[in-house]
Design a protein around this ligand. Structure first.
Ligand code: ATP
Ligand code: MG
Length: 330
């Protein structure tokens, strides 16, 4: 079976972008693949995290993943800091990747903003750790949202350079799997920015834990434009906010955007938003209640992560030993 690896940061609660762009595909891939899913707490601390919040978010994200359909017995679910191979492989990759490669990463530029002298070294080296996450297991398939495409290309470059430098086919270059209708869900407040956990405005995203009232209110207030609903898919091209809402609605209902455009042509935005709210609530409510149920037993999630960490380590340890031998570590 092909080996799949993917991760999500415990930087807050999961949102609709994470769900449609990544998690939903993680669930589907469990069929026919060996899946390793990781709550990447080491990535999260590249920007400041209050320790108590980090621990709580790690458990909540793990619970959300199980609630969304990740099977913690069939798949491996754990938090990154439990398995030393991530950090150890990342150090070696810090010495394989070139400054010039990392200087081109757009996520660093976005997250660092203007104050580039004052962000952590970890934020800059983040893509090397991400390459290590994947290659520590020799995973070949990596389901991610569109925003991670550039980091995946870097992971491929690192694998190829390592193999070339040491003259051995050790790391298979991993492939991104960017699947579905909604590979880049945008902010509800700004159709040019992606929906993010770390966006300061909670109004910009629909969290998987939002109540039906929250969801209704956020969609009602979501930014739109004054034009009528589009008659064709092309009519959405110059309307980022409308395009985003149509894409979300289509993805939630497993429809194409063209079907949604056809269904609402000539109708009011308010009518569309009502239908979208209904769909989002229907999809997310059961997930939220299942997550709360899982968190009510605090020992359960910790046990899942411990067990997952041990199973992950059993795969990573021999690969790490081989990596170290190739590098010349005795
Ligand atoms: P942060 O703002 O802290 O970076 P995030 O919302 O970007 O958080 P991540 O944990 O970085 O979430 O990403 C987890 C997964 O979700 C990745 O596969 C990423 O590509 C995907 N993802 C994140 N945001 C979106 C989005 N708006 N649309 C589609 N996929 C997304
Ligand atoms: Mg992100």
């Amino acid at each position: 079976k092909p080996r799949v690896f993917s991760g999500v940061q415990p930087t807050g609660n999961l949102h609709l972008g994470n769900y449609l762009g990544a998690i939903r595909n993680w669930v589907k891939l469990q069929d026919g693949h060996e899946c390793i899913y990781c709550v990447v707490d080491m990535h999260a601390i590249t920007v400041w995290q209050d320790p108590a919040d980090l621990a709580r978010a790690t458990r909540e994200v793990a619970a959300s993943l199980i609630a969304a359909g990740i099977d913690p017995k069939g798949s491996i679910l754990f938090n990154q800091s439990k398995v030393a191979a991530h950090a150890e492989t990342a150090w070696i990759f810090n010495c394989v990747a070139r400054m010039g490669w990392l200087n081109r990463m757009t996520q660093f530029k976005e997250k660092a903003g203007k104050d580039r002298e004052n962000v952590s070294v970890g934020l800059f080296a983040y893509p090397n750790l991400m390459a290590a996450d994947i290659l520590a297991y020799k995973a070949t398939h990596v389901p991610v949202g569109e925003d991670q495409k550039q980091h995946l290309e870097l992971a491929r470059d690192i694998a190829l350079k390592f193999n070339h430098d040491f003259g051995i086919e050790h790391f298979p270059p991993p492939e991104p799997l960017i699947l579905g209708e909604a590979t880049r869900v945008m902010s509800l407040r700004d159709g040019t920015k992606k929906m993010s956990k770390s966006d300061a405005s909670d109004q910009s995203r629909i969290n998987l834990t939002d109540s039906p009232d929250d969801i209704e209110q956020k969609i009602r207030r979501a930014k739109t434009d004054p034009e009528a609903l589009p008659e064709t898919v092309e009519g959405l091209e110059t309307r980022p906010e409308a395009k985003n809402l149509f894409t979300i609605h289509a993805a939630l209902g497993d429809e194409s955007v063209a079907d949604v455009v056809a269904a609402f042509a000539g109708k009011q935005f308010s009518e569309f938003k009502k239908a979208m709210t209904e769909r989002a609530v229907d999809k997310l409510s059961p997930l939220t209640s299942e997550m709360r149920r899982l968190l009510a037993d605090p020992g359960y999630i910790d046990q899942v992560l411990k067990d997952g960490g041990e199973r992950a380590d059993a795969i990573a340890a021999p690969i790490l030993a081989e990596t170290k031998r190739i590098v010349g570590f005795i």
